[in-house]
Design a protein around this ligand. Structure first.
Ligand code: GLC
Length: 402
């Protein structure tokens, strides 16, 4: 797939800097009508009038080799990646791990903001309390037979000033690697979550290689995941320059189409605020984008397709999902590397049926290609499970497991 438009949102609109490139749009027309269903909270909400099964998936061209132990997982987000655990309303509990295991998952990805728990000056010592907390999480994972990825998340200063923060990143990885050098192979590392902003591929590559060398000095065979530039965009995988290392796994994130998965998210720019957006399009009644969307070319084009193109071609349809996986396939074919989908999900702002349809479709397409995944996440606006109640959020559970 070629991306026709590049939407670049100023980074860090709030604490979480999140923006991703949209898919290209296409045009066509088949407006359809449907009854107005009722939202979970009782208010009316649009839902899709089409079904993803109306579109035939393309055959799989190239599959990844699996990454054993890291095939089906959940991100335990909004906890250790917050400035302080609990600041974003989530504290890790034993139940997180027990629920993941009971659901049949094989791993958890643990986003952790090491940069908020390490000295600002060399040798950049990481707080022992923070290590204790991660040690605890690893114990929980082990007790439940789960693998775990230590994911260095939200190093925002590195994104803004890569050269100034490179030494600190490498020093942190040296310490993390030393600390976990005797951990079992079920513990993996992820060097930098979602490189963005100024951490472009030309800077990301040498920094990644330095961090990896620090890890390999003490952990010669540990599984290490590496994200591509632009919030781990699949299209940027090909810009990664990695050594031939069988235990190195390039990782991409999948939130396409972003105007659907991140609709109305307060941390996104104004042009992302149009809702409702149903999956798949077209909707029963055309939607007018918010003013900022109307002023943004790629958003406008995307909504023209969403409102009128047939489901087979719709900018918010299965084709957008297939096209994104095609990029990954091309990468796998060219490089013969394994890949991993470390984040994907759709926010609570989408209606339950659309969430379920998108999640099931993305999961199936990933699994057909033997791509391991971790859904985003247990808490926050993409909430998949309620650990207090011990229940999964119904549309997520249905899409993931049924
Ligand atoms: C990224 C961000 C996280 C956000 C998620 C979904 O991982 O780090 O804060 O919630 O993507 O947008």
């Amino acid at each position: 797939m070629r991306f026709l438009h590049l939407a670049f949102v100023p980074a860090c609109l709030i604490a979480a800097c999140v923006a991703r490139r949209p898919v290209p749009s296409s045009t066509g027309s088949t407006p359809v009508a449907a009854a107005e269903p009722v939202r979970n909270d009782g208010s009316p909400q649009a839902v899709a009038v089409h079904d993803v099964s109306e579109v035939t998936p393309p055959p799989v061209g190239a599959a990844s080799e699996p990454v054993p132990g890291f095939m089906r997982g959940i991100n335990l987000g909004n906890a250790l990646d917050a400035p302080v655990e609990g600041a974003w309303g989530v504290k890790l509990e034993k139940a997180h791990f027990a629920m993941a295991k009971a659901a049949g998952l094989d791993h958890v990805r643990l986003p952790a903001r090491f940069s908020a728990h390490a000295d600002k000056k060399a040798p950049y010592l990481i707080e022992s309390d923070f290590f204790d907390r991660i040690d605890w999480a690893i114990e929980q994972a082990k007790d439940n037979g789960l693998s775990l990825i230590i994911d260095l998340h939200h190093y925002e200063e590195l994104m803004k000033k890569p050269s100034e923060h490179a030494d600190r990143l490498v020093a942190m990885w040296k310490q993390i690697a030393e600390h976990y050098k005797s951990a079992p192979p079920s513990v993996a590392f992820e060097l930098i979550n979602e490189p963005c902003d100024q951490l472009t591929s030309d800077l990301l590559n040498p920094i990644t290689q330095r961090a990896l060398a620090a890890v390999r000095a003490t952990n010669p065979t540990r599984t290490v995941f590496v994200d591509s530039f632009f919030w781990a965009n699949a299209e940027r995988l090909k810009e990664l320059e990695l050594p031939q290392d069988p235990n190195l796994v390039p990782s991409f994130h999948n939130y396409q189409p972003i105007l659907f998965t991140h609709q109305g998210m307060p941390f996104m720019a104004p042009e992302f605020q149009t809702r409702p957006v149903v999956f798949p399009g077209p909707p029963a009644t055309p939607v007018t984008p918010v003013a900022a969307g109307l002023k943004t070319d790629w958003v406008n084009t995307w909504f023209t397709s969403y409102n009128s193109a047939p489901v087979t071609e719709n900018s918010n349809g299965p084709k957008a999902v297939f096209d994104y996986f095609q990029i990954v396939e091309d990468y796998v074919k060219t490089t013969k590397r394994r890949v991993y989908m470390g984040e994907w999900g759709v926010s609570v702002n989408a209606d339950p049926k659309s969430r379920e349809s998108w999640i099931r479709l993305v999961r199936k397409e990933a699994e057909k290609r033997h791509i391991g995944w971790a859904i985003w996440d247990d808490g926050g606006a993409f909430k998949a499970m309620d650990v207090k109640q011990g229940t999964w959020v119904a549309p997520i559970e249905a899409g993931l497991f049924h």
